[in-house]
Each structure stands twice: as C-alpha cells, then as structure tokens.
Design a protein around this ligand. Structure first.
Ligand SMILES: C[S@@+](CC[C@H](N)C(=O)[O-])C[C@H]1O[C@@H](n2cnc3c(N)ncnc32)[C@H](O)[C@@H]1O
Length: 291
C-alpha cells in the first residue's frame, strides 16, 4: 500500500493538530497501534474499500445525503461565523461545502486519502483514523459527522475522545447507523449459509449510553429509517459496494467469492416490497453538547 500523507495547512498545524501524533504515513501510524484498541486489518480493509469507491460514492450515496440534510437542520443557528468545525469521516467532502457556509473554517478528516483527494473543494484535510484522532483537547467548536462513526472500532472511546477535543460549550452533530440496518440483505443471505454478510451495528441503547458516559448532554436524539429502492436485488446488493461499505467488523464472515448459483439463490430470497428491492438504514441523529 502506498504512503498516506497527512495533509496539513497552517491553520491545522498551529491550532489543532497534536504535533506528536502527526505522521506522514498513515500505515506507520496504524502499525504503531498495538497498544491501542485497533484492528489493523479491519482498518486497512475499510480504508481500501472506501478508497476504491471514492469515484462512485457521490452518485450512489442517496440515503447518506438525506441523513446529512437532516443533520444540518439540527445545527443551532446563531453566531457560528467564528467557529472551527471538524467534518469527521468527511468522505469526498460532500457536506464540507455546506459546513463552510456556516462556520469560519472546516477541517475535513477521513481514513481514506482517495476520498479526501477526490474533491476539488479547498479545505484543510487530514487523513487520519477517528479512533486515533491527531487533535488537541479543547480545540474544536463543532463536530459534524454523517454516516461515519459506525466504522469506529470503539464507539464509547470515540465519544470520549470527541468530548475531549471539543471546547467547553462545543457541539457535536452525529448520525450513526445502528442495529436493524441492511436487514433485507441479511435476510437474503440467510438463504445461503449461517455466516453474517453484513456489518454488526451498535444498538441505539449502546449509542445513548456511550454519549452520556462521555459526559455529553443530549440536546436531541432521533431515530430515522432511510430506505433506498432498487429495481433488482442484484442492484441493491451492489449499492453497498458502490459506496465502499463492504468491510465487515466481525469474524463470522464468508470467505471467497459467491458462485453464480449462490448469487441466484440470494437474489431469489431477497424480500421485495412492491416489486422493489429496498436497502434500509436505521440511523440515530444526535445533537450533543459539552458543558
Ligand atoms: C459512508 S461514508 C460518509 C461520507 C460523508 N460523511 C457523507 O455524509 O456522505 C463513511 C466515511 O467514513 C470514512 N471512515 C471509515 N472509517 C473511518 C475511520 N476509522 N476514521 C476516519 N474515517 C473513516 C470512510 O473512509 C468514508 O469516507
């Protein structure tokens, strides 16, 4: 794998980034992580799959766009023009432009360098792992994170880290994909074997407990179900690949490619609604505050 430089600007370097944690090579940083809770293979697979999907992400990320817009509507109006916002798990910076219209500066952070580089938008970008953020304590006013935190290896620890990074009075707007998501795909693959073919997602309860344990005040927590419709089960299954979300965070996975007959079996078992193959995402939208 090629070196993954951390991209810096003067703003990022002087106000935000912990000098000791800045690395010119994300792989080096991942390799040094033995003492921290980090599954290197999982991270590398996530990074690689999102990187491969960088070019196609924007055209396929429909539910993500709806969730992003719902999350924007939670942002407290007011004097935001002098505030520093972090777009965490920014992907190809699809939400960064809107955030720039709201805040003085926006720093985009993502594990995938390809994702960050696939946008022409001018913004400070940092290629980093959300589970090992190279940010100073009490340095950020606002954290916005859409459809990304479910990739954290430890959601509870991530919430503690975000709490620490925020300044007192800081806000976090987070959408997290939770249990119940991709159930149609799970049902279809159950016809094939007993392996799990989708990610394991945190429960809503775990999300709520983690943010409270970190010290956040929950200003609002809403559960929404976002659904994409496809004309065939095959297109529904392919949609997950097109957005790069095929890495699985557990060991009960099936090895090897599907044969044609297996795929046919899976497609026949796909639950259809009005002749459409749906892919649903259960999402918790959070508005949090550090006092
Ligand atoms: C579904 S995309 C969401 C992108 C964007 N926020 C949006 O609303 O469309 C998830 C993003 O999270 C990033 N990601 C996954 N694991 C990450 C990690 N450990 N640290 C930082 N970013 C991560 C992926 O590279 C990907 O760009």
């Amino acid at each position: 794998m090629t070196a993954q430089p951390v991209l810096k600007t003067d703003l990022v370097q002087t106000q935000l980034v912990k000098p000791c944690l800045v690395s010119n090579d994300l792989n080096d940083e991942l390799n040094r992580e033995s003492s921290r809770e980090l599954n290197k293979d999982l991270k590398k697979s996530t990074q690689s799959k999102f990187s491969k999907a960088a070019a196609s992400y924007n055209t396929h990320a429909n539910v993500q766009k709806h969730a992003a817009s719902d999350l924007f509507s939670l942002i407290k109006p007011g004097i935001n023009k002098n505030k520093l916002c972090v777009d965490l798990g920014a992907g190809p910076l699809v939400n960064t432009h809107t955030l720039q219209s709201m805040f003085a500066s926006v720093v985009a952070i993502d594990l995938s360098l390809n994702m960050l580089q696939s946008s022409d938008l001018t913004a400070p970008k940092i290629c980093a792992d959300m589970d090992n953020l190279p940010l100073q304590a009490n340095s950020v006013d606002v954290i916005y994170s859409n459809f990304a935190v479910q990739w954290s290896a430890n959601f509870s620890a991530l919430m503690q880290s975000l709490y620490s990074i925020l300044k007192p009075g800081g806000q976090a707007y987070i959408s997290a994909v939770v249990e119940g998501s991709l159930n149609e795909i799970k049902t279809a693959f159950a016809a094939l074997d007993s392996n799990s073919h989708i990610n394991t997602f945190n429960s809503e309860l775990h999300i709520n407990q983690s943010v409270q344990k970190a010290g956040f005040t929950i200003n609002s927590a809403q559960k929404r179900i976002y659904t994409d419709e496809y004309i065939t089960p095959l297109k529904a299954i392919a949609s997950i690949k097109a957005i790069g979300a095929t890495t699985q965070n557990h060991t009960n996975t099936r090895q090897g490619l599907l044969t044609k007959s297996s795929l046919k079996k899976v497609c026949s078992a796909y639950p259809l609604i009005n002749n459409k193959a749906c892919v649903s995402y259960h999402v918790v939208l959070l508005s949090l505050e550090k006092h």
